[in-house]
Ligand binder design. Structure first.
Ligand code: ADP
Ligand code: MG
Length: 386
């Protein structure tokens, strides 16, 4: 067998280079004892055409990661690469990245068309081409009719569309969006979310990094979700995997909300297990653990992740029903959230039941857990917060 020619091998390597690479990136703000580690040992790859959401609470380092890639902050460790090229020391304008931030950041004295043209002029696109590219970008976001307006003559949603058009005008291979919907009201956010889904389809080769603290945006838009906490990436997987089988209690709680019931493994068979919690024995899904983690085994301590919307409320007469006392009931529109003291379980349980449930505080009900009751998650190790 002959080895492949070097040119073929080289092409193969180039094609395999991810559009975005964070390679053990660290960012610190300030110096000495007052320094904040805003990003620690952050490694992430995003393929061309892929959308990854950076999801995490406020202050977890999401924007810092995005700024390190865009070139607005200088990493104190590690490297960032675009299609295999190390850009860690390159100026922001030379990276050719489209960036959209929460506050739109449009130039207030410039008309829409000039705002959108701004990046093109900076990139020295010939004058004749600028017009065409501006039209094309405004068309993509449905704002072609507003080219002669000033930003103050537009609604918030329209301004954000213009900001997106400005980012798209340079035809970037990489598009970064930092909480682009956060400043919009709930209804507009929903319709913009649909538009962003359409935009993704219209840009099949563009890598997108989408920063948000809102799990519903991450679930709606991302191929994969990277969950961040305290300057670190804690979990990364497809949205579906993180939702169905959260690898950590933090991700379980942050993505979807969860009851985390302390339990002890009694018996494991494949991906099914029996666990005990308090005086109860429950069936659990025991997913194959992640790399570097041991298989589930009897006597392991874990957390059973029970999603509130999977808990049903019936009467204590029903078979399998666990008697429980209603501690509180809060109507939230489509659902009512019940807080329950379940007989035999060591922790309170939250249940989201459809509609406006009329359970009085203090009433005794029958709690019906799904089968399996939930997914096993490793218990947080010493010192780590749940
Ligand atoms: P997120 O976008 O997830 O809300 P950030 O990346 O903005 O988080 O911030 C991460 C951490 O770095 C926070 O503790 C924040 O207070 C701190 N930080 C962010 N920007 C600066 C700055 N310019 N100077 C000092 N600290 C900063
Ligand atoms: Mg931020």
């Amino acid at each position: 067998m002959s080895a492949p020619s070097t040119s073929v091998a080289a092409t193969g390597t180039a094609d395999a280079e991810p559009a975005i690479v964070f390679d053990r990136v660290g960012v610190r703000y300030g110096r000495g004892r007052k320094a904040t580690a805003a990003l620690t040992d952050f490694t992430l790859r995003v393929a061309a055409g892929e959308t990854v959401a950076l999801l995490g609470p406020s202050g977890s380092g999401k924007s810092t990661a995005l700024k390190a890639l865009a070139g607005f902050v200088r990493p104190s460790a590690g490297a960032v690469r675009l299609s295999g090229r190390d850009v860690t020391d390159l100026s922001p304008a030379k990276r050719g990245i489209g960036v959209v931030v929460q506050s739109y950041a449009l130039f207030p004295h410039m008309r829409v068309r000039d705002n959108v043209a701004f990046g093109l002029r900076a990139h020295r696109v010939p004058r004749g081409r600028v017009r065409e590219r501006v039209g094309e970008a405004l068309e993509m976001v449905g704002m072609a009719a507003y080219a002669d307006r000033l930003p103050r003559e537009l609604s918030g949603g329209q301004q954000q569309r213009v900001a997106i058009a400005r980012a798209l005008a340079i035809r970037p291979k990489v598009l970064l969006l930092d909480e682009p919907l956060a400043a919009l009201d709930a209804q507009l956010r929903q319709s913009m979310l649909t538009e962003l889904q359409d935009l993704r389809k219209a840009l099949p080769d563009t890598a997108m990094l989408y920063v948000t603290h809102d799990q519903s945006e991450a679930l709606a838009l991302a191929d994969r979700i990277a969950v961040m906490r305290d300057a670190r990436l804690v979990d990364i997987d497809t949205a579906e995997n993180l939702w169905r089988r959260p690898p950590s209690s933090f991700t379980a709680a942050f993505l979807g909300g969860a009851n985390l019931v302390p339990c002890t493994v009694k018996h494991v068979s494949g991906t099914a297990a029996f666990v005990t919690s308090g005086t109860r024995t429950l069936r659990a899904e025991a997913p194959t653990p992640g790399v570097g983690q041991l298989d589930w085994a009897p006597d392991d301590e874990g957390l059973l992740c029970v999603r509130p919307h999977t808990v049903r409320i019936g009467t204590t007469a029903e078979r399998e029903a666990l008697p429980a006392t209603v501690l509180s009931a809060v109507w939230r529109g489509a659902t009512t959230r019940l807080r329950l003291d379940v007989n035999g379980l060591p922790v309170e349980l939250l249940a989201d039941v459809p509609g406006q449930a009329d359970h009085a505080v203090g009433a005794v009900v029958g709690v019906l857990l799904p089968d399996p009751a939930g997914v096993l998650i490793p218990a947080p190790v010493g010192g780590e917060r749940g």
